[in-house]
Design a protein around this ligand. Structure first.
Ligand code: F6R
Length: 614
């Protein structure tokens, strides 16, 4: 979603800010802009569409300076127009502002400002912030004091960065009420601010994270953090060890392709240092809940969205089966609007790649308020979900995921969920050492098995060619592979724009069977497990009605070779871990279909990588 970058120091601010925005393109956006302080005045350049449009504009109308801010916008209030793109100026043009989040009471404030004679030039809530800071700065006689006062009037999760024309050498940044992240990068004679770490990683690895209600006073020589009320906050810098090169495409055509092919490594990294085969145990060092606290848990809520929600459905199977603890899975966006029972013995688990998805963060806050401990399975280090997790985290260690459609993080989520389920299984007395060892061995064998799935792609190219004009596809699975059917359908629809539905195969006869004819390809996940025979009968039902079946089958399954039109074989593993393998052909299928249809694979239309608004 929206991205923020700010710079102050001796370098060319335009260059630093634009390169930072480039690093944030993966978040998804529909317009971009920068403001550079140049000879005591702001030079603002904005454009709709891709960042390359802004770069073109900057070539036509160059601007340079030693301090600047920039933004990629994903429209929330007001359409995708240049006037609505950030940065926004205050009435007199003295202040420029960029913002992430949603200013909930902006209409109220806007009405008041209009009554006071302020003219508006956009439909955004951000412009209201610019005018509000100006009004308060005038009233307080000082930019910092005015900024503080204005921030105290904003409701909702907001990250705001501002500069004042007559206060060169200063950038102010604030993070309010569960806003997307604000990270301050520390340099030598220069400092940075951004919504996400990748934006500044080329320049510094030393960072400070702002918490809710904190404000950073950023100059080239230093950074001071304080509460909005003015009390200073002491913060120790953290070192981020990500290598910026890891975020580059590395020879692949698309980030999504690279990330699919990286999965052997990424799931190895999730497993790394967490499996003690000799003593048959799982080590999850970043969990702070004690073994006794984990033993006392008798009910778990898992909250997540989108692909992570599918991982949550698999996690339910894993935990219920291995630890016999009851699990409910909720969409993060639904949890807050029902009346969930949050009582003793309950644990909340959030599963999230970005750790910034507001729909997932809100349930975590509700749980915390009710005294229910939270843990998260999260990829982004230091993200909000990680910081909200009072019971600790299981970092996915997948490295940066740039493509909007999640692939490698999904398989890492499944591995992390399996590790947690095994740990709970041992603590709840459901797994003896032998069973534990058998499962751990199976987990450790997965990277290699997954690797074999990536060796042959001709089948996907063939399928993509065959189905390039298809308008619908059905995905069927049962048991632990039902969530994989959902994930296969989501992947296909979001990047190739082919309409796709995922269904539990047993439900087919209750409705979707009406759709099946020669025009409807059906992907059936039919690996050798307890529901294999049932899946075979689904395959036959589809064939009888003229549908084409693409089967995801266990290696060497000759029955399916006869029954289905196309068969993609996956190596054998324990049925509980099969989703880590069965999802890979579906990721590849969607990738090649999108490629064949000429879609923008890494940045599908209307989607954002990190969804920081409700
Ligand atoms: C789909 C996809 C989204 C995310 C969802 C949650 O490919 O990536 O459905 O899974 O927006 O995002 P995180 O995991 O960052 O909370």
């Amino acid at each position: 979603m929206c991205g923020i970058v700010g710079y102050i120091g001796a370098r060319d601010a335009t260059e630093v800010v634009v390169s930072g925005l480039q690093r944030l393109e993966y978040r998804g956006y529909d317009s971009a802009g920068i403001a550079i302080l140049n000879h005591d005045d702001f030079q603002v350049r904005r454009s709709v569409g891709k960042l390359s449009n802004l770069q073109q504009r900057l070539q036509e109308q160059p601007t340079h300076g030693q301090q600047g801010i920039g933004h990629t916008r994903w429209a929330t209030h007001g359409g995708v127009t240049e006037a609505n793109a950030h940065p926004h100026r205050s009435d007199s043009g003295e202040i420029v502002v960029i913002q992430n989040g949603i200013f909930e009471n902006y209409l109220d404030q806007k009405r008041r400002l209009i009554e006071q004679g302020v003219a508006f030039h956009s439909q955004t809530d951000t412009e209201v912030i610019a005018h509000l800071i100006e009004r308060e700065t005038k009233a307080a006689g000082d930019f910092l004091a005015g900024f503080r006062r204005a921030m105290q009037q904003l409701q909702g999760g907001n990250a705001v960065v501002a500069m004042h024309r007559r206060q060169p050498g200063l950038i102010l940044a604030a993070r309010l009420d569960n806003a997307g992240g604000v990270v301050v990068g520390l340099g030598d004679g220069e400092n940075f601010v951004a919504s996400d770490i990748p934006a500044i990683l080329d320049y510094t690895q030393q960072v400070l994270f702002l918490e809710d209600g904190e404000l950073a006073i950023i100059t080239a020589d230093g950074v001071q953090v304080e509460r909005l009320t003015g009390e200073p906050v002491a913060k120790a810098p953290q070192r981020i060890s990500w290598d910026p090169v890891a975020a580059a495409k590395g020879g692949y055509k698309h980030f999504m392709q690279k990330e699919i092919f990286e999965q052997t490594r990424s799931i190895t990294d999730t497993l790394h240092d967490r499996v003690d085969l000799e003593n048959a145990q799982v080590m999850l060092d970043d969990l702070t809940l004690t073994d006794q606290q984990l033993r006392d848990i008798d009910k778990i809520y898992i909250v997540a969205c989108g692909t992570a929600w599918h991982a949550a459905l698999v996690a339910k199977f894993l935990i219920e089966s291995l630890a016999r603890v009851r699990v409910e899975v909720d969409y993060g966006s639904e949890f807050r609007y029902r009346d969930p029972i949050l009582d003793r013995g309950t644990l909340m688990i959030a599963i999230t790649q970005s750790g910034e998805t507001v729909d997932t963060l809100v349930p975590m806050e509700l749980a915390r308020k009710a005294g229910v401990p939270c843990i998260s399975l999260v990829n982004a280090i230091g993200s909000q979900a990680a910081r909200l997790s009072d019971g600790g985290v299981i970092y996915l260690n997948a490295g940066p995921e740039i493509a909007v459609a999640s692939t490698k993080v999904f398989t890492c989520m499944l591995i992390a969920a399996a590790l947690l389920a095994l740990k709970l299984g041992a603590l709840h007395g459901r797994l003896d050492r032998n069973a534990m060892r058998e499962h751990l061995q199976a987990l450790l064998a997965l990277p290699n098995k997954l690797g074999t799935l990536l060796q042959e792609t001709a089948i996907y190219e063939k399928l993509a060619e065959r189905y390039r004009h298809t308008s619908d596809m059905l995905f069927l699975g049962r048991g632990i592979n039902y969530p994989i059917a959902l994930e296969g359908a989501l992947k296909l629809k979001e990047i190739s724009y082919i309409h796709a539905e995922g269904y539990p195969a047993g439900e087919m006869k209750h409705g979707p069977i009406a759709l099946i004819d020669e025009q409807m390809p059906v992907v059936c996940i039919a690996v050798k497990d307890g529901v294999y025979d049932k899946m075979l009968s689904n395959v036959e039902q589809v064939k009888t009605r003229g549908g084409e079946v693409i089967a995801i089958a266990t290696e060497g399954d000759t029955t399916l070779r006869d029954a289905a039109d196309f068969v993609i074989e996956v190596p054998q593993t324990l049925p509980l871990f099969a989703p880590v393998l069965t999802v890979v052909p579906l990721q590849l299928l969607s990738y090649y279909c999108a490629l064949r249809r000429g879609a923008d694979v890494d940045q599908p239309r209307n989607l954002a990588k990190s969804v920081t608004v409700e």
